[in-house]
Design a protein around this ligand. Structure first.
Ligand code: ADP
Length: 308
């Protein structure tokens, strides 16, 4: 029902029902029609002095302007709130990065100093792990807001995708070891040059490989293959994890979407990684695809233009 939907929307946006642009628009259309009918009836039957008709039309125009003003104010209010929200997210996530890095340094320093028991070392590793998760979440939020603000610029260069993949595997090796997951890489060509943005490719690979580790089964494998596919490089990341239900596969690239199984296995997560991944790949004129069977694993494949 449109009325119910509008009411729900007004509650969601936090503005009164009568200030919703849709409502004001309908209200204005009603007034307009009413004004036309009344003016016609009055002018044709009752008005002898044309000035009276002009006055009536002027009064109605003033009323329409008042309603129009309410509408523009509502729209401005929505835009202002949205801007504040985006700024808030950007400031908070940006400011959080420094203390998180400090925690990481201090934990590493404490471990290096030695003289600690195995139990203390265990606890420090747990702090490191949770800190890393928090850092990844903060990065997701920051990257998402940059994409939404269209602030994330793109710089296409000639990059070797094989060394980039190896770099990401190295960065995630500790995480894979902790999860007892093995990572294998197979490439048809080495080096393999593509046209891409070096930072964005890194972000895409980190997201996809990290997910392949995170949602894998214990002692599972992650198989990464790099192949030539016509004029393109085809990069696939296959895991043996929980997989994604067929009904949910179409949604995983949406902002904040997390599948039911994932929420159960890994309660922490933003549901932003794949949204960022897809946007970054599309910015580089590439494509991304997902293939999965529940409880058997998932394969994420993306294509980038190969450098001639
Ligand atoms: P997050 O991992 O923080 O939840 P992502 O945007 O990276 O967010 O992923 C969105 C959702 O897609 C995940 O919550 C999960 O349901 C699903 N998903 C992504 N990668 C995999 C994978 N390799 N195996 C199973 N599910 C996955």
């Amino acid at each position: 029902m449109p009325f119910k939907k509008l009411k729900a929307e007004s509650e969601e946006l936090g503005i009164p029902f009568w200030r919703m642009p849709d409502f004001v628009l309908v209200f204005m259309a009603i007034i307009n029609t009413f004004v036309m009918i009344v003016t016609y009836a009055w002018a044709s039957n009752m008005v002898e002095d044309p000035r009276e008709a002009v006055l009536l039309v002027a009064a109605m125009a003033a009323l329409i302007m008042v309603v129009g003003n309410i509408m523009t104010e509502s729209a401005k209010h929505i835009v202002r709130t949205n801007k504040l929200k985006k700024e808030f997210i950007q400031i908070i996530s940006h400011q959080m990065r420094t203390p998180l890095t400090m925690i990481k340094w201090n934990v590493e320093k404490t471990i290096k100093l030695g003289n600690i028991s195995t139990q203390q070392l265990d606890l420090l590793h747990k702090i490191e792990e949770e800190n890393e998760k928090l850092k990844m979440m903060v990065n997701d939020v920051l990257n998402m807001s940059r994409i939404e603000e269209k602030k994330s610029k793109i710089k296409i260069d000639r990059i070797d995708i094989v060394s980039k993949v190896k770099e990401c595997i190295d960065a995630l090796q500790d995480y894979a070891d902790a999860k007892k997951v093995q990572i294998h890489l197979e490439c048809e060509q080495n080096p393999f040059f593509v046209n891409a943005d070096v930072n964005k490719v890194g972000m895409v690979l980190m997201n996809i490989i990290e997910n392949a580790i995170k949602y894998n089964r214990e002692r599972g494998r992650v198989d990464i293959t790099i192949q030539k596919d016509g004029e393109k490089a085809k990069i696939s990341v296959k895991d043996q994890g929980i997989g994604i239900d067929t009904k949910e596969q179409g949604h995983v690239f949406e902002k904040f979407y997390r599948a039911k199984g994932a929420r159960k296995k890994e309660p922490q997560g933003t549901g932003l990684g794949l949204f960022i991944t897809k946007s970054a790949i599309e910015q580089m004129n590439g494509q991304v695809e997902l293939e999965s069977r529940p409880n058997e694993g998932a394969t994420f494949t993306f294509w980038l233009k190969a450098k001639k």
